[in-house]
Design a protein around this ligand. Structure first.
Ligand SMILES: Cc1cc2nc3c(=O)[nH]c(=O)nc-3n(C[C@H](O)[C@H](O)[C@H](O)COP(=O)(O)O)c2cc1C
Length: 192
């Protein structure tokens, strides 16, 4: 079984990557195949809202990097979407991917994400985690996915410019570990 962790940050070696990697490391220890998928260096244009995907079975925008990332999402059993918090929201590059993936996945009576397991992780310096977390949870829910709970929300406290190091957020990391253990259990029950 495979779990992918999508990193919405465009910063190399950033905090979101740190927390998403932590979840994947734990899942790797539980025997799952894992892959980190960066949006950094990729161009993913926003959804045009043209609705063409309902008839043609794919997105009309074929010249960017959407399709290969979408394929990885479709092939995965579990999806973790990580985002830095920008002004209380998930970052636009991640939302562009999720908007298009959500619509393309359900054309022609299909729901390609049905039964997949996953949840978001949001990372901020100080505040706004839960707004972005809730924003992303809505995407999981409406795409017929199964969301494992945890003992807290999947939020990491860390700022850019050395304001606070992600590795110092011991409580956040413990919560990510707890979430990953739950995700492993749910994956085994539902898709093993
Ligand atoms: C445009 C912008 C907006 C931000 N807005 C918030 C915010 O609303 N709340 C907060 O606590 N941190 C905010 N931050 C800080 C980032 O969320 C924080 O540095 C995060 O760790 C960056 O993650 P990354 O290293 O994965 O890119 C903002 C940063 C930028 C660049």
């Amino acid at each position: 079984m495979k779990v992918i962790g999508i990193v919405g940050s465009l910063r190399a070696g950033g905090n979101t990557e740190f927390f998403v990697r932590r979840a994947l490391d734990r899942l790797g220890e539980e025997g799952f195949e894992t892959e980190l998928v960066h949006l950094r260096g990729k161009s993913i244009l926003p959804c045009l809202g043209c609705m063409e995907c309902r008839d043609r079975g794919g997105c009309v925008q074929t010249k960017d990097d959407f399709e290969p990332v979408f394929r990885k999402m479709v092939e995965a059993d579990g999806i973790i979407a990580g985002s830095p918090v920008y002004f209380g929201s998930a970052v636009p590059q991640l939302m562009a991917l999720l908007d298009r993936a959500g619509y393309v996945s359900r054309q022609g009576g299909r729901r390609l994400f049905s039964g997949k397991v996953g949840a978001p992780i949001t990372v901020a310096r100080r505040a706004g985690h839960n707004f972005a977390f809730a924003q992303l949870l809505l995407w999981y829910f409406v795409n017929d996915m199964v969301i494992p709970g945890s003992a807290y929300w999947n939020v990491g406290l860390a700022g850019a410019s050395g304001a606070r190091d992600a590795a110092e957020d011991e409580e956040g990391l413990k919560n990510i570990d707890h979430f990953a253990a739950n995700m492993a259990r749910v994956l085994r029950k539902l898709r093993g």
